[in-house]
Design a protein around this ligand. Structure first.
Ligand SMILES: Cc1cc2nc3c(=O)[nH]c(=O)nc-3n(C[C@H](O)[C@H](O)[C@H](O)COP(=O)(O)O)c2cc1C
Length: 182
């Protein structure tokens, strides 16, 4: 599966470091990874950290272009094989379900025509909120693959539903989708 291109987005969750771990695992599989961080993600991980594992510049702003430069959310999604958001916050899920596009990653979501995987990560009460549940159903009905979440220890303390699926499970899902098995 060499030469496949993946856009990997990370949003502002306590599990953001696991998005960097997944980027490293995907690169070891031979994929070309374009990393995108939301403004929220920058509170948890850095562009430099993600660039170290992808081997490419990382993008976090919609408005960095100079006259004549390509439009980033369009070029980043041209001919990609997979778009993944790991972890996906309640905020990002809500924006995606409602067609909102106020940062690079959400604009790229609307512009992308490849398979999409989102791996939610959030507190149990946020996950159980009917707004989140409705947003998840909307995304699923449009073909977005929702990976997890699972029950387990949470960053906010305690245990419950909302913990992000572990990167090795998401890697297996990516490989299945890219090989056309699901
Ligand atoms: C310490 C901390 C951890 C957070 N973890 C999560 C999380 O796991 N899931 C979530 O949906 N929001 C979480 N949030 C809230 C998001 O960071 C917030 O909604 C932010 O606006 C998300 O921005 P983004 O979706 O554009 O990345 C957390 C906030 C803080 C302060």
């Amino acid at each position: 599966m060499k030469n496949k291109r993946i856009l990997l987005g990370i949003t502002g969750s306590a599990a953001a470091f696991k998005g960097v771990m997944l980027a490293s695992m995907l690169r070891k599989e031979g994929f070309e990874i374009d990393g995108v961080l939301t403004p929220g993600a920058l509170h948890f991980v850095s562009e430099t950290q993600l660039a170290c594992v992808t081997g490419k510049p990382v993008h976090s702003s919609l408005f960095t272009m100079q006259p004549g430069d390509p439009v980033p959310h369009i070029t980043l999604t041209d001919n990609i094989d997979l778009y993944i958001v790991v972890p996906a916050t309640a905020d990002f899920i809500g924006k995606s379900a409602n067609g909102l596009a106020d940062d690079l990653l959400s604009c790229a979501f609307l512009a992308c025509s490849s398979p999409v995987i989102m791996a939610p990560s959030m507190n149990t009460r946020m996950w159980s909120n009917s707004a989140t549940a409705d947003n998840i159903e909307t995304l699923k009905s449009r073909g977005v693959v929702i990976a997890g979440p699972v029950t387990g220890p949470l960053a906010c303390g305690g245990e419950g539903m909302g913990r992000m699926m572990e990167p090795d499970g998401i890697l297996k899902l990516c490989l299945s989708i890219l090989s056309g098995k699901c």
